[in-house]
Ligand binder design. Sequence first.
Ligand SMILES: [Zn+2]
Length: 201
Amino acid sequence: MNQVKIGKFIAQCRKEKNMTQAELAEKLNITDRAISKWETGKGMPDSSIMLDLCNELNISVNELLSGEVIKMENYDRKVEENFIKLQKEKEDSDKRLLFTETVIGSIITISFLLMIFLSIFAIENIIWKVVTITIGIIIFIIGIGSCLLIEQKAGYYQCDNCKYKYIPSYKQVLFAMHSGRTRYMKCPKCHKRTWNKKVID
Ligand SMILES: [Zn+2]
């Protein structure tokens, strides 16, 4: 999405309606700083507020996302373009998330092993040994927890039986057997337990 273009379009529509940023903000129950952020291209309206905003400005969501008034004959094409763009942006952000997971996972594993190594070979005092191992385990648990959280949120899992894509609950992900990012889980559609692959699109 071209945020700057969208921002200019929001400003233009607002001015055509003879509204100030403050007036529009009040109608939407948000701060005028949010409006100014959108209009300068520094942020996008949340999907939760998009419909209300479009209502106030008398434009379609599709026009908002395109940053321009769309002629009727181009409408379907634009809808598709915008849909694909949103899809692409979600995919990119999921990919970034999964990369972050890999980085966190590696750091956690290395520091965990380091703590264990230190406590066994380098530290002689028994109390410090216990403290080091405890810290290692805490880092490990927090790390694995946040990795799982990322993995559950990013993209989808695909059922091997019916190919249905879904987002499982955190609990499901936590207790599922896994090999890499492929997890053995029950599909919410066909209710079969299969190895579910992680997919982005
Ligand atoms: Zn299934």
